[in-house]
Design a protein around this ligand. Structure first.
Ligand SMILES: *[C@@H]1O[C@H](CO)[C@@H](O)[C@H](O)[C@H]1NC(C)=O
Ligand SMILES: *[C@@H]1O[C@H](CO)[C@@H](O)[C@H](O)[C@H]1NC(C)=O
Ligand SMILES: *[C@@H]1O[C@H](CO)[C@@H](O)[C@H](O)[C@H]1NC(C)=O
Length: 776
């Protein structure tokens, strides 16, 4: 999402312009009856809609969609191709605003949502990157479910739509990407699991009716999109040069899983080009893969104003009509923006688009609305009809926001067990830093209005009697260090908590970073304060992406380091819970923290995942990059220690090939995962005994990695799966993994095909390794 869109309709549907004006003025009290939802097929009205098949919910959706599309004129159909869709009064269809967002709570980013009157705010969860650090799939889905409940509740009072363009599941490939904060991190397995769980949380209904949707989610931005604006390379013109191999084993998997396992109702194509073609105009990638191979049940939408970008920024076609035709023919169903509204008629007149393609697009859009109950009359008379403002920002929802932040927070360094603090011994605290009292910063981008905020300062004040505060810098960029005051309070307190990092002025959409170091004078402030402190010094990094904090890792005066991401509305409360040991930290980094030298040497726009020893290119992410790191993917400490033991894992595996298979006579390094041998999904179990040998109960994530044989430029290591256990002190548990040989032990070859690598696979869990030989 991005460009400001000229005249986006910011007001509400059938409510009319006057109300829109009221809504934008919070001082005016609007009578409750004006807060009503937008819907079609009000059969009690006087249009005789009862007799229209598309309004008859006893018929199947296919029949209903067909009936409706048949009744529409071409201009009406065209008005259904854009996010601010047109109304058809003679059929009782009001205009519908498709663009709503719910990345980590219902958001005001799209024009489909308004916070006003009965719903002044909604629960604001941590940015997905921090939630991903919990490695808790149940949590991912639970958050999605709460968000969709609040979305439905807001819809019932006319304040939100039914179609949400979330989650963002692009792989966080480069640490400088300003939107890394929105994603579930750098690993395709984690990103896929996050996508599937969050989408299910948003979409699945409590009545188990799979044909219908609670709200519609959207996996974005398809595909190979992760450069926003780096040294004048902007996303609108960027051509991502991607090998077939990287495409299939890094960029596509989260989208594939989102569609095939998450059954998402929508995929958004991205602004960028992939190998010279704009994705929103690429028939192979859209109609071919999403619709054809993955069989999307839903609609393909463009990123906002992508067609305008293709025409005006990329100059990809000679006329705007050609761009409209390119997109529709490639498989786009809905255009965020107004481009298709303006140019589709012309494209039809010029013979560039057939009406049948427009019918296809309109049908996909209308079918989605049908699954949402939009054509079933008043939503207040349907499932979820009883939800309303009382169901937004409930104590349970707000507690889940705090719980999510606690589960995500990562303890990166904890020398001499300086954390947790005991409230008995820490009587005074110096809280320092430009993010120490940050509120809005905690939300990250694609935020909504939160229920309330608890800043770090407020969270800590709730526990410690005497708290001194100093911002330490003039602002987040910290051009000017305000160390005198900071040092004074640090020297006077029992302990110091420095809350540093970034905000949206440093890293966000349309803003990639240049440096990985802390902004401006921030490190100087940390070091100066640490020097004069008499007690433990806790450095808290509140940021989207990773930071090069090597100086603090190496400074013995900095006792502990925590990463809190952008932790959402309850971030400060969660941080205080962790610092004072009311919660045992269990977050693990979902992305590699690189040193500044990485950013100095490697152009962000080089999309290659794999290293190139000839040129010294080091590759990307823990799967391929073997150079120095500040913190590794999966790093994260606890106040307890956990021991692992392998109790079950095979040492060898034989795959049985058909008699005439070429690998009988020649010495194969791998066999095709599409082969016969994979048709019965050969699999095995790995069981691990995990013991909490510490004094505190806690949750522990067990990662099962494997290092495949080095064939086909395979990753040095990749995650097969993860399992999170909660264990009391001295308690034991079993982590169980079912490893599918063809799915999990396969690698992607140079041509983009999955192959089961033969030879030694080394399984890793914690410090343990286990060798497994796969042969034929
Ligand atoms: C429906 O669309 C027509 C034509 O675009 C417009 O004049 C009218 O105001 C719209 N009605 C509503 C209720 O939005
Ligand atoms: C990056 O860091 C260098 C060296 O500290 C500094 O000179 C430069 O201004 C920084 N650039 C940005 C964009 O922050
Ligand atoms: C995962 O999250 C859920 C929801 O918050 C929580 O109930 C559960 O305890 C978490 N699992 C672990 C192992 O921490």
């Amino acid at each position: 999402m991005g460009r400001a869109m000229g005249s986006v309709l910011l007001c509400f549907h059938i409510l009319g312009l006057i109300l829109c004006h009221f809504l934008s003025d919070p001082n005016l009290v609007v009578s409750a009856q004006n807060y009503s939802p937008v819907f079609a097929c009000d059969v009690d009205g006087n249009l005789g809609l009862k007799n229209f098949a598309f309004c008859d919910s006893s018929r199947d959706d296919k029949t209903r969609v067909k009936d409706l599309v048949k009744r529409l004129t071409l201009p009406e159909k065209i008005s259904f191709l854009v996010n601010s869709a047109g109304n058809v009064s003679r059929l009782g269809i009001p205009s519908y605003e498709w663009w709503s967002e719910a990345l980590h709570g219902v958001s005001y980013t799209g024009p489909g949502v308004k916070f006003s009157g009965p719903v002044p705010g909604a629960t604001s969860f941590p940015q997905p990157l921090l939630t991903a650090a919990s490695f808790n799939v149940t949590l991912f889905q639970t958050i999605g479910k709460v968000v969709s409940t609040e979305a439905r509740a807001m819809h019932n009072v006319g304040l939100a739509g039914l179609t949400y363009w979330s989650p963002n599941i692009n792989i966080f490939r480069d640490p400088r990407w300003g939107r890394g904060q929105e994603t579930p991190g750098e690993d395709p397995v984690l990103a896929s699991q996050y996508a599937v769980a969050y989408v299910k949380g948003l979409q699945q209904r409590d009545d188990g009716n799979k044909k219908k949707l609670k709200v519609a989610a959207c996996c974005k931005h398809y595909t190979a999109y992760d450069v926003d604006d780096w040294k004048s390379h902007v996303r609108y013109n960027f051509n991502a040069v991607v090998t077939k191999q990287d495409m299939e084993d890094t960029f596509q998997p989260p989208f594939k899983k989102c569609v095939l396992e998450g059954n998402v109702a929508s995929v958004m194509c991205s602004y960028n080009q992939v190998n010279g073609k704009p994705v929103c105009g690429d028939h192979d990638l859209l109609a071919g893969v999403i619709r054809g191979k993955w069989n999307l049940n839903g609609y393909i939408v463009t990123d906002c104003d992508s067609f305008n970008v293709i025409f005006n920024s990329q100059h990809y076609t000679k006329t705007p009509e050609e761009t409209a035709a390119l997109g529709i023919n490639a498989g786009v169903d809905l255009n965020c923006g107004q481009f298709l509204g303006k140019y589709t008629q012309g494209a039809v007149n010029q013979g560039l688009v057939k009406e049948s393609e427009i019918n296809r697009a309109v049908s996909n859009n209308v079918a989605t609305l049908m699954r949402l109950g939009f054509f079933d009359g008043d939503p207040r008379k349907q499932l979820y009809g009883n939800l309303g403002p009382k169901d937004v920002c409930t104590p349970d929802h707000q507690e889940l926001a705090r719980e999510a932040a606690r589960q995500g927070i990562v303890l990166l360094k904890n020398s001499e067990d300086s954390l947790p603090f005991s409230a008995d011994s820490i009587k005074s605290l110096a809280v320092i830093g430009p993010n120490a009292d940050a509120t809005h910063t905690m939300l990250g981008n694609y935020e909504g209005k939160p229920c309330k905020y608890t800043s770090s300062l407020q969270g800590l004040k709730a526990i410690v009697q005497t708290v001194y505060y100093s911002p330490g810098c003039d602002n987040i960029a910290c051009g000017k260090a305000l160390v005198d005051d900071a040092k004074k309070i640090a020297a006077a307190a029992d302990a110091v908590v420095l809350v540093m990092g970034s905000d949206q002025s440093i890293e966000t959409e349309a803003r990639d970073r240049i440096n990985l170091t802390l902004p401006g004078q921030q490190s100087f402030v940390v070091s100066e304060v640490a020097k004069v402190s008499k007690g433990p010094v806790i450095l808290v990094i509140m940021s989207g992406g990773g930071m090069d904090v090597s100086f603090a890792v190496n400074d013995p005066k900095v006792s502990s380091i925590l990463w809190v991401g952008f932790p959402g509305e309850a971030g400060g409360a969660a941080l205080a819970d962790v610092i004072f040991g009311y919660y045992n930290p269990c977050g693990r980094l979902p992305m590699t923290w690189y040193p500044q030298s990485y950013a100095d040497k490697i152009p962000m726009i080089d999309m290659r995942m794999r290293p190139d020893p000839k040129t010294g290119y080091p590759g990307r992410t823990y799967r391929f990059y073997a150079g120095p790191t500040v913190f590794k993917f999966g790093h994260g400490l606890s106040y307890s220690q956990y021991k692992h033991q392998i109790v079950k894992a095979p040492e060898s595996l034989s795959l049985f090939l058909e008699q005439d298979h070429v690998c009988h006579s020649s010495n194969c390094k791998s066999v095709d995962a599409a082969d016969q041998i994979c048709s019965n999904s050969p699999a095995f179990d790995v069981h691990l005994k995990i013991k909490n040998v510490g004094k505190r109960s806690g949750s522990h994530t067990v990662f099962l990695f494997s290092s495949p044989p080095s064939v086909h430029g395979a990753p040095q290591k990749h995650l097969l799966g993860f399992e999170k256990l909660h264990l009391g002190p001295k308690e034991e548990g079993i982590a169980r993994f079912r490893v599918d040989v063809c799915k999990h032990l396969s690698v992607v070859d140079e041509g983009g095909n999955r192959k089961v690598a033969l030879g030694h696979h080394v399984l890793h869990v914690g410090d343990l390794t286990h060798s497994l030989t796969v042969s034929v």
